[in-house]
Design a protein around this ligand. Structure first.
Ligand code: NAG
Ligand code: NAG
Ligand code: NAG
Ligand code: CA
Ligand code: CA
Ligand code: CA
Length: 517
């Protein structure tokens, strides 16, 4: 009966060699004391790994085959005739964690395999890989209204080294974030042994303080001799929400409305809103309070955000001389507010997972609470103005004319203006004083013509001058009247003076430069 005296001499301490017998007659295994070699051992090559010795009285030839010899990674290992195992090159742990080989001793005389052993060589990892993030840059958008403790983003990294050792496990940390604002702080949480970490924030996001944060996250392995690390950039974009109420900024406290006027702008109210111009969070929404008779409406100017107050029902001075209105402004979308009270952990809130959140003042306290009752108010007084009478421009006219001209000759045209502004063309011209019935007046145009052949010797003229008056009467209740005066100067008919042509008049204006000759 053959015995199998195998002794193994380990020359180098850094390799693990397991040897067992696989011959049918011998089913015993030798588990050798473990030694390790670091991967990527730089040599010099070849170096002796160890020696396999067989106690034989006859001569045998040693053969080594398998991974590292004729299987990948080929050419790394060999055995010499004395049984020394030699190493010819580097081994990469990330490629081969163990090399499986077969050792054979062959009888020189009959070339039969005398002994066959399995040999496993374990490769020991070194820390030659830094953990790497899945992405070098992460981008995420977060609503400004999100509450603290809200998950912002999860990052993932991996380390190719042995993940069962410190060389292949790593910590995720936030190295820095910019800008540093006092309203918010970012932190990362990584479950023990996990490859991913989640970024959260404590405090309040505030678009007005920072629209974008750039966070540098680092993954650093726990290598014993050297620690390897890499970083990734996380860009957090804040989406502006409605955390600013519009506030009245103009000093317009009162307005005026003419009685009986409607559809007229009475007052413009200015507001400022710190949210993004043009956004829903910026757009002002006005409401009127105290307008029992619904005499006003208010609209928002889409460009300036001003409140345009318009009178929609006629007001009468006899009934009221003024009206107080309270005008509220808010935004069309819900409002929220978040202010940091203290940068300290919130205490005794057992249901809260992130025990490192800050103490905050929030509106609404809980999401879902209505915040419709938040607005800014201004009180305005609208005074009712009485109607102004039409005014003649100019109010006095002089006409020089030859006597005996035909009836119906145009003398001059009066013009008048309604000072109320909005009452355009709502007055008519009527004849006032005209003792001898000399003139006619066109109600619409203000054209004054002769009514008959004029006589210089009329008892109603003084030194050949006749005085008449006109009224411009508006349609107010009661109607208001403006008065214009016309002086007609009649000249003696004289053969030496040429007649004026028909329908041509000599007009002198007393307040403006003369335009006629
Ligand atoms: C080796 O071969 C020789 C020659 O054939 C033989 O005599 C010897 O018994 C063999 N040894 C063993 C252990 O089989
Ligand atoms: C980790 O790597 C170092 C070399 O960087 C090595 O010396 C050490 O043995 C490795 N540790 C493990 C547990 O593999
Ligand atoms: C932000 O909020 C709006 C509604 O308020 C929602 O539609 C949108 O999906 C949110 N965006 C993010 C990135 O959470
Ligand atoms: Ca590593
Ligand atoms: Ca490694
Ligand atoms: Ca706003």
């Amino acid at each position: 009966m053959k015995t199998l005296p195998v002794s193994l001499l380990l020359v180098l301490f850094t390799w693990t060699v397991c040897v067992w017998a696989d011959r049918g007659r011998q089913k015993r295994a030798w588990i050798m004391k473990s030694f390790t070699i670091e991967e990527e051992n730089p040599g010099p090559f070849p170096y002796i790994l160890g020696k396999i010795e067989l106690e034989r009285s006859y001569s045998v030839r040693y053969v080594l085959k398998g991974q590292g010899v004729d299987l990948e990674p080929t050419g790394i290992l060999n055995i010499d005739k004395e049984g020394y195992v030699l190493v010819y090159g580097k081994v990469d742990f990330e490629g081969f964690k163990v090399l499986k080989l077969i050792f054979e001793a062959i009888n020189y005389s009959n070339t039969e395999v005398d002994t066959r052993l399995g040999v496993n060589i374990k490769i020991l990892d070194i820390n030659d890989h830094a953990p790497e993030f899945q992405q070098t840059v992460y981008q995420v958008t977060v609503n400004e209204s999100e509450p603290q403790g809200k998950e912002v983003l999860t990052v993932l990294a991996s380390d190719e080294d042995d993940s069962s050792t410190n060389n292949g496990t790593f910590d995720l940390t936030i190295k820095s974030f910019t800008p540093k604002t006092d309203n918010v702080e970012f932190y990362i949480q990584q479950q023990k042994g996990q490859k991913y970490g989640t970024i959260y924030f404590r405090g309040c996001l505030d678009y007005e303080k920072a629209q974008t944060y750039t966070i540098l996250v680092e993954a650093k392995d726990k290598g014993e001799k050297i620690e390897l690390s890499s970083t990734s950039t996380v860009i957090i974009n804040i989406l502006d929400g409605n955390n600013n109420l519009p506030g009245f900024s103009g000093k317009t406290g009162s307005g005026k409305v003419k009685e009986r006027e409607t559809g007229v702008e009475v007052l413009r109210l200015q507001v400022t809103d710190k949210d993004t111009r043009g956004s829903k969070a910026w757009k002002a929404k006005y409401t009127i309070h105290g307008d029992k008779k619904e005499q006003f409406k208010i609209e928002t100017d889409p460009n300036t955000n001003e409140g345009i107050l318009t009178v929609v029902k006629q007001m009468y001075y006899e009934e009221q001389t003024y009206q107080n209105l309270s005008i509220r402004v808010q935004n069309g979308i819900p409002y929220f507010s978040c202010k940091v009270k203290k940068q300290v952990p919130k205490l005794n809130n057992s249901t809260f997972q992130h025990n490192s959140t800050w103490e905050l003042d929030k509106i609404p306290q809980n999401s879902g609470t209505s915040v419709e009752n938040l607005y800014n108010t201004i009180t305005v007084t609208i005074y009712v103005d009485v109607n102004d009478p039409p005014v003649f421009t100019p109010s006095v006219k002089h006409v020089h004319i030859m006597e005996n001209i035909a009836a119906g000759t145009s003398l001059t045209t009066f013009t008048a203006k309604d000072m109320d502004g909005s009452h355009i063309n709502t007055f008519k011209f009527v004849k006032g004083e005209d003792i001898d019935g000399w003139i006619t007046v066109d109600a619409k145009t203000g054209l004054v013509s002769t009514n008959k052949i004029l006589d210089r010797e009329s008892p109603f003229g003084i030194n050949g001058t006749y005085r008449a008056t006109l009224y411009a009467v508006d349609d107010g209740v009661p109607p208001l009247t403006g008065t214009g005066t016309l002086f007609i100067h009649l000249n003696d008919e004289n053969d030496n003076v040429p007649m004026l042509e028909v329908n041509t008049v000599n007009v002198c204006l007393d307040t403006e430069p003369t335009v006629a000759n």
